[in-house]
Design a protein around this ligand. Structure first.
Ligand code: UDP
Ligand code: MG
Length: 334
C-alpha cells in the first residue's frame, strides 16, 4: 500500500500569539510522521485563517514561504470554527488521502496523531480523538459539558463522549460528507451519521499555550444549541407530548367546573383561575419559543448560503497545486 497523503487542517482566528509557538510543533510532527514512513512526503499542514483581524494571515504566509509543507487559505471574513473546518476539508479532499483537524492552540496532544494514522492504516476511515480526562477544565465547564453529552444521548443523537474536533477523517468520508448540505453545523455529531469504520484514540488535553479562548459562554451555548437542533427533533415531540397532557388536564378541569356549576357550588376561586391561566400561558409561550427555533433554523437552511468563501491562498491556484514541489518530487524530476 502506498503511503497516504495527510493534510493537517488547523483553523486559526486571531492567533498571532500562539501560532509562532505551535506552527513549528506541527511542522516537527509532520516531519516525524513522514520520517517514520507513516505518511507521504507530499503531506501538508493547511492553516485556515478564519477572518482574523490581527497578523495571523501574515504569519501563515511567512510560514508558507519558508517551508512547502506549510500552506494556508483565508476566509473572506470570520465565519466560526465549524465553517473554517469545512472550508479546510473541502480544500483538502481532492489532494489528500486523509485529513486530521486540530486546534492551533497546542491544547491537543500531537502524539495522538501517530495512533490516528495507524488506525487508518488498519482500515478505519474516521478516528476520533477523545480526551481521557478533563483535569484542565474548570469545574463549571466540566460539569456542563458532561451534562450536555447526557442530554444529547437522551435526545437520541449519536456523539462520541468527550470528543471535540480533533479527528482523522479520510478523503473518502469527506466526499460523502459533502452531500450533507446543511449550514447548521455540528461536525462532531455529523461524522457518526456519515458512517464507515471508526475508532477512538485517547489523549490528555493541556492548557492553551498562549493567547485566549475564542469560545466564551455565549458561543459555547450557541454551539450546544446547534448540536441539539441539528441532531434531534425530539424537543418538538416532547412539546407535543406536554401539550397533550396539559390539554387533557384542562379538559378535566372544564368537566369539573361544569359539574360544580350543576351542583350549585360555583364560588369562583380567583387563585385557581389565575394559576390556570398563567400555567397555560407559560406552556404556550415555551412551546412557541422552541417551535420558533426550528422554524428559524429551517429558514436559514432554505437560504442555502455558502458555508465558507475563500479569499486568498498561499499558492496560486490557477497555476499549481499545493501537493507539488516537495523535496521528493523535486528529486524525482531531477
Ligand atoms: N476558531 C476559529 N474561528 C472562530 C473561533 C475559533 O477558527 O470564530 C479556532 C481557533 O483559532 C482555535 C479553535 O478554533 O484553533 C478552537 O478555539 P479555542 O481554542 O479558542 O476554543 P477552546 O479550546 O477554548 O474551546
Ligand atoms: Mg483551545
Amino acid at each position: 500500500m502506498n503511503r497516504p497523503v495527510l493534510w493537517i487542517i488547523i483553523p486559526c482566528y486571531n492567533e498571532q500569539e500562539v501560532l509562532p509557538v505551535t506552527a513549528p510543533m506541527f511542522g516537527d510532527k509532520l516531519r516525524s510522521l513522514i520520517g517514520s514512513g507513516r505518511v507521504d512526503d507530499s503531506s501538508r499542514i493547511l492553516f485556515v485563517n478564519d477572518g482574523s483581524r490581527d497578523s495571523t494571515w501574515e504569519i501563515i504566509c511567512r510560514l508558507a514561504d519558508t517551508d512547502p509543507h506549510y500552506i494556508g487559505i483565508s476566509q473572506s471574513r470570520n465565519r466560526g470554527h465549524q465553517n473554517a473546518l469545512v472550508a479546510g476539508m473541502m480544500e483538502a479532499k481532492d489532494s489528500c488521502d486523509i485529513t486530521i483537524t486540530i486546534d492551533c492552540d497546542g491544547q491537543d496532544d500531537l502524539s495522538a496523531m501517530d495512533d490516528m494514522v495507524d488506525a487508518y492504516l488498519d482500515g478505519c476511515e474516521i478516528v476520533y480523538g477523545v480526551r481521557s480526562d478533563r483535569g484542565t477544565d474548570t469545574w463549571f465547564k466540566r460539569s456542563t459539558a458532561q451534562g450536555y453529552y447526557k442530554i444529547l444521548e437522551a435526545l437520541g443523537a449519536e456523539v462520541v463522549y468527550n470528543h471535540a474536533d480533533y479527528r482523522l477523517v479520510s478523503a473518502r468520508v469527506i466526499k460523502e460528507f459533502e452531500n450533507f448540505k446543511e449550514v447548521n453545523l455540528y461536525l462532531r455529531g455529523m461524522f457518526p451519521l456519515v458512517g464507515f469504520k471508526s475508532t477512538s484514540v485517547y489523549y490528555s488535553r493541556q492548557e492553551r499555550l498562549a493567547g485566549e479562548s475564542h469560545y466564551p459562554l455565549r458561543k459555547m451555548l450557541a454551539l450546544a444549541f446547534d448540536g441539539i437542533t441539528s441532531l434531534s427533533i425530539k424537543p418538538i415531540h416532547l412539546i407535543t407530548g406536554l401539550g397533550g397532557i396539559v390539554a387533557l388536564i384542562s379538559f378535566m378541569g372544564v368537566l369539573w367546573s361544569i359539574i360544580a356549576h350543576i351542583l350549585g357550588r360555583t364560588v369562583a376561586g380567583w387563585a385557581s383561575m389565575t394559576s390556570i391561566i398563567c400555567f397555560l400561558g407559560g406552556i404556550q409561550l415555551l412551546s412557541l419559543g422552541v417551535i420558533g427555533e426550528y422554524v428559524g433554523k429551517t429558514y436559514m437552511e432554505t437560504k442555502q448560503r455558502p458555508r465558507f468563501i475563500i479569499s486568498d491562498r498561499t499558492w496560486d491556484a490557477s497555476k499549481d497545486s499545493p501537493g507539488q514541489n516537495t523535496d521528493a518530487q523535486k528529486a524525482k524530476k531531477e
